[in-house]
Structures are given as C-alpha cells and as structure tokens.
Write a protein that binds this ligand. Sequence first.
Ligand code: SAM
Ligand code: SF4
Length: 371
Amino acid sequence: MAVRLGIPTVRDASAQEAAAALARRAAGAPTSGGLVDTFGRLGSDLRISLTDKCNLRCTYCMPAEGMQWMPQSSLLTPAEVRRLVSIAVSDLGVRELRLTGGEPLVRPDLEDIISGVRADHPRLPISITTNAVGLDRRAADLVSAGLDRINVSLDTVDAETYREMARRDRLAPVLRGIDAAWRAGLRPVKVNAVLMRGVNDDQADELLAFCLERGLELRFIEQMPLDGDHGWTRDGMVTAVEIRERIGSRWRLEPDDVPRDGAPAQRWIVRDPDSDVRLGRVGIIASVTEPFCGDCTRTRLTAEGRIRTCLFSHEEFDLLSLLRAGHSDAELAQVWRQATWLKPAAHGMDAPGLGGADYVQPDRSMSAIGG
Ligand code: SAM
Ligand code: SF4
C-alpha cells in the first residue's frame, strides 16, 4: 500500500494550482446546491469512466494500436468511486449514475464498485454501457451487486461486419452477453448502434428487426468526431434524417410522446405497416445534426477522476488528486460546482463545414473520455 508523506506529488501540486486558477475563473459559481452552469443547466446525470482500456477496437472509437494507457495507479479505486458518487448525490443533487469506459467489464472489481455505491444509495439508478464481451459470466453477479440497467453496443448482427468494425471476432460472446442480461432481469436492455456509410448502414433494418424480436430497445447514435484515428468526415456520417428514412421505409414510425427529460434520443414507436401492431421502440441520437446541448444534464468523470463537463471538452479538472491530497467532501463538491459553472454552451459541431466551424476535436478518443 502506498504511504502518503504529505509531500505533494507533481499531480497533486498541479491539481492544487489548477484548483486555485479554477476558483478565480469561476468566481460567480454558487457555493451550495447542485451543479449549475451559467446557462442555467443542471448536471444531475453522472457518467463515470472506469478505465480507458478495452478488449475491442471499434474503428469509430479507438485506433487499431498505439494507445497510451492511463497508469493503473491513477485510476479511480472502488472506494474513490464510492466517495465521489456520495458527494455527487448527497451534496450536488445527482440523480443517476452510469458507469462506462473504455470497457467497464475489463475491471474485475466492477461488481465491488457497484455494490459499494448501492450500499450508500439504495434507490440511485445505476447503469452500465458495455460491449458485453464476457457479460454472460457476470450479468447475474452485477444484478446482485445492484445494477439496474444496461446499454449494450452492437452495430451489426453480421459476424463479418462485426469483425470489421470492432477489429475483433466477438459477435457470438456479445450475443450471449445480451441474452444473459435479459435472463438476469435487466430491463430495458438498450442497444447502442453506430452506422458507418458503406460498412453497416445497409444493415440498419436487420439490426432493428433483431432487436424488436427480442424486446431490446435500439438507439442509433450519429457517429461523432471522437475517433482515435481522426478519420471522421461529415459525408461519412449517416445522419439521423437518413436513419429515420431508411427504417421508416420498412416500418411505420410514430413519434413517442413520452417527454425526453434531457434524454438525448428522439424516440419512435415502431408499428407493422400492414397490421399497425406495435412492435417496440427505436431511438435516434442526433448528436451532430440536431444537438441537444441546451438540455444537457450530464456531468462526467474520467477514469483518472477528472471532471469533464462535456464529451467534447478541451478542459478537465483534476478532482482525484485533490481527493488523494486529503481535501474534504465540501471542498471537492465546490471544485465540481466551479468546473460546471464553466461548461460551454454547445460543442459547435452543428455549424457548417468539417465538424462544424467552431469544432475542434479533443485530444482524447471516445474510449478515454468515457462515452
Ligand atoms: N465499451 C463500452 C461500449 O462500447 O458500450 C462503453 C464505452 S463506449 C465509448 C460508449 C458508447 O460510445 C458506445 O455505445 C459506442 O458505440 C459509442 N461511441 C464510441 N465512439 C463513438 C463515436 N465516435 N460516435 C458515436 N458514438 C460512439
Ligand atoms: Fe471499446 Fe466501446 Fe470504444 Fe468499442 S466503443 S472500442 S467497445 S470503448
């Protein structure tokens, strides 16, 4: 076990300086209450990335090789996750938690992390976003630990296309993982899919049919310029309008009137075009072409315990070093409030031109930010 001698490490010292600079820049931030920004949005939905590592290499997310991994010692421990969630819930009004990554299942202590948070917050909704590799062996334990909901990423049900997109031949274990999540009683089981032009965009119908047959709720996500290869192009992205047209030519789509409440997906009830029988629901997340920044309720921590107010931020605020240097819950909560106060209005991707005139891709890829 590391012994702390009270001498600040480089990371501690720079975190202290950054915290002082943050306090000066966010002088107008509230000193009590929730995570409010200058545009009046409230951060109530916490996403914590547990690792930047992953057992897949999806082309829209990670490069094939050459990733620089975060050092193990800088990752949040189960006790640190537990403490930060408690600050978020008890002091800052956070109302739901999603654990993501990288791939959260590569953490062998994921069950401990969930059970620790669950012990403190019996009613907090806890979900994970996962690629489901290995989930078949862990779904029941995750539910016993306190997991409520799950989103599984599945872009295709064709094994060859899966191998091409994930750069790994893993469709079969993913499908077993989805079955196991269902058998373990997780509801709804949501499926996240990214369509890539010329790769799997012709398989949108097949994927939706697969999900409708199994009671899975599919959400298509527009591909965002957050890939490690920096290969995203506006023309290569399959837009929400195209997705709607594509699936709308096979099924009847009826807008779902359930209020979105900050949820990013536009939801549709899917009906059989002949009998009008309701078959299920589908969501489309138009992060690029119809951004929902004005309704954003997210606050994020990276696997190294840094606050990111937006997926597309260029700034992070190091909360974990302050926690490890012995700062109190009240002090950590205040740094979180100050960071949130500086949350930008929007990501700038929707402006015309490549990625939007105001958009500059962050250095970190999606896997290292926590999607
Ligand atoms: N490894 C887990 C998984 O894939 O579900 C969790 C992390 S992953 C970064 C979270 C979500 O981000 C996945 O649903 C994935 O499809 C999505 N994602 C990754 N890169 C993306 C991109 N460039 N644009 C849109 N969605 C992306
Ligand atoms: Fe891994 Fe998820 Fe990124 Fe795919 S999307 S490479 S599964 S982190």
